[in-house]
Design a binder for this molecule. Structure first.
Ligand code: HEM
Length: 441
């Protein structure tokens, strides 16, 4: 096992910032379990696919959410989908059903129509002047998730406000996530911003939930309807608070990660004109028969590979913590009960053993024979095991339709060549600007 002493952590933080530190630890360990010596907090970093197979699948019942990030997050997202145990299971089953292949088939036309509308709004804004990619990808993602999460219960403006409040609350929790040993009763920076943001979230969500209950409006295919119809392990309906916190958890899990992944896609494409040309060639064939439709997503095979490679290099879930319930071993390394394990898809996706020349962007890494030949746990942008992302198929459809629709219609000028910055996800350090002009053929 690689032990990373505090003085090296501090030195590397000063040289390369938090992300530089994470990358340095991953590069040196190359898949070995590494222990970060952060005083009383000594988490183990687990990145090798064999170890992930054990922690997330074969031995998963010993590795649960808790402590570190999850305790802090629980103040915002409660103990439903973002938790563990009975509350999580009830929400997980409802949301998995709600996002299943069947749902996507049923509601795919609506999703594709939202993409079409969102892309045209983007083009209207980005034609006259450069626009901030993070802001506009967030807006576009909100247009697409609004009907999926809420049916037609909230306006675009309410959805944007909710997204902003959730982002503020999450940002305010960063201190607590970074210092998990500080008890909740001890005040910390961010507490007031957190309170303000959660009050605003409740003021938006709770009346919508109460009205839906009063008017018996839970028959839709949207996720809120599913949660309103659903029940917990005791057979009783989920409380309004549980439904509300699950919706917040969906925003936490699905909004910023999607918007930032799309932003990184544009930033990467700016450096790879041949990849843009290949997406266009595919999009011209697949989308030749009119506006985007759900079945197009399946046919946009190369665009899917591009998104897969974007998510390899820019894994928004750069740290997914678990806590060991009982004494155990991961590989040769002893894991005492109570140890925090940090899984990092970001670092696993950079292991040279599985990803030769790991920093090179190459969508052909996802050609079928290459995927078959690789360790199945070497790629996990959506996690794995019981907690695997419920929005994976939805994001796959949404993102390829967005990329292909934009590139089939517009010339995209992208400026800014940022590095990622470590936060809850991986936002760019500095702006990425987009300008769209109708395509010259
Ligand atoms: C690029 C986009 C996305 C990325 C990178 C991503 C990544 C992840 C990861 C790594 C996990 C596993 C967390 C864990 O193991 O503890 C996860 C879980 C989850 N994701 Fe996503 N996600 C994305 C989009 C979405 C979307 C669009 C939705 C909503 C529709 C969503 C909903 C969820 C939920 C509800 C969970 C928790 C599942 C559970 O604990 O059972 N995600 N996601």
């Amino acid at each position: 096992m690689e032990a990373v002493p505090l003085h090296r952590i501090v030195g590397q933080l000063a040289r390369g910032g938090p992300l530089g530190l994470v990358e340095d630890v991953g590069r040196r360990a190359q898949g070995a379990v590494a222990r970060l010596e952060l005083g009383p907090f000594r988490p183990l970093l687990v990145t090798h696919p064999d170890h992930l197979q054990y922690v997330l699948r074969d031995g998963a019942e010993n590795y649960v959410r808790g402590a570190a990030m999850w305790d802090a997050l629980g103040r915002l997202t409660g103990s439903g989908i973002a938790g563990e145990g009975a509350g999580w299971l009830a929400s997980r089953d409802i949301l998995r059903r709600g996002m299943s292949g069947g749902y996507l088939q049923q509601s795919g036309a609506g999703i594709a129509a939202s993409v079409e509308q969102g892309v045209e709004e983007l083009a209207g804004l980005a034609r006259r002047q450069p626009v901030d990619a993070v802001v506009q990808m967030t807006r576009l993602v909100h247009r697409v998730i609004n009907p999926v999460f809420f049916g037609s219960r909230i306006s675009a403006e309410q959805c944007d406000r909710l997204g902003k409040d959730v982002a503020t609350a999450l940002g305010a929790l960063l201190w607590r996530m970074a210092m998990p040993i500080v008890p909740h009763r001890v005040p910390m920076p961010g507490d007031r911003a957190f309170l303000r943001a959660t009050r605003s979230i409740n003021a938006t969500l709770l009346p919508v939930i109460e009205a839906a209950r009063r008017e018996d409006d839970a028959g839709g295919t949207d996720l809120m309807s599913g949660l309103l119809r659903g029940s917990g392990a005791d057979g009783r309906p989920l409380s309004d608070e549980h439904v509300s916190q699950d919706i917040v958890a969906l925003f936490v899990a699905g909004s910023e990660s999607s918007a930032l992944t799309l932003t990184w896609a544009w930033a990467v494409l700016a450096r790879h004109p041949t990849v843009v040309a290949a997406i266009r060639e595919e999009a011209d064939q697949v989308l030749a028969d009119g506006p985007p439709r759900p079945e197009h997503a399946r046919k946009l095979a190369f665009t899917q590979q591009v998104m897969a490679e974007v998510m390899r290099l820019y894994s928004m879930a750069w740290a997914v913590p678990r806590v060991a319930r009982k004494d155990d071993h991961v590989g040769e390394v002893a894991v005492p009960a109570g140890t925090t394990l940090v899984i990092s898809p970001y670092l696993t996706h950079r292991l040279e053993e599985f990803w030769p020349d790991p920093l090179r962007f190459d969508p052909h890494r996802f050609d079928r024979p290459a995927v078959r030949a690789r360790h199945s746990m070497a790629y996990l942008p959506f996690g794995d095991g019981a907690h695997q992302c419920v929005g994976q198929a939805f994001f796959a459809m949404e993102s390829v339709l967005i990329l292909a629709t934009v590139l089939s219609r517009y010339d995209v000028h992208i400026s800014g060549d940022p590095r990622p910055r470590l936060a809850v996800a991986l936002p760019p350090r500095g702006r990425v600007d987009l300008t769209l002009t109708p395509r010259r053929r």
